[in-house]
Design a protein. Sequence first.
Length: 160
Amino acid sequence: MRPNAATGPLCRGIDATAGVMSFEDGSLYHACISWALPTVWPGAVYSLEVGITGTEGVLTIDDTHRDIVLATSRSQDEGYSPDSQRKVDFLGSYPPGDMALGELRGPMREETEQWLNRVSLGLPTQHATAAEAHDRLMLTKAFDLSARLKQPVSLPIASD
């Protein structure tokens, strides 16, 4: 089965990308990004699994939000694209956070407050610098470019 066979035609584009980055020291980075999930699957909002393996240790991150599952006869609107067909949801899976008592709670609010403290008070923050963010954006764009060209690309790629 082709990776984009599930929702690619529906969305008129590529809905899955996989790639490998090879570094000068022999390290490899493998990624698979896929939007090819059934539209009624709760992970359509957000789900992430990361595994990092090294010679001296392993780090796994299960950020799939399958620990609190809500199933109901009423529709569950996605955070960014309401869909009345969804009846199951992974609670706490919307990346910005959750609405509680009329206010946004969670990562987006905390990151915004920390950024404001950095700008107004000069406090340290974990936010990426503009240069770091641009570098990561260009790596992501390299994956997309390679998928579109159907061939490897060398880094760095041009911004255009």
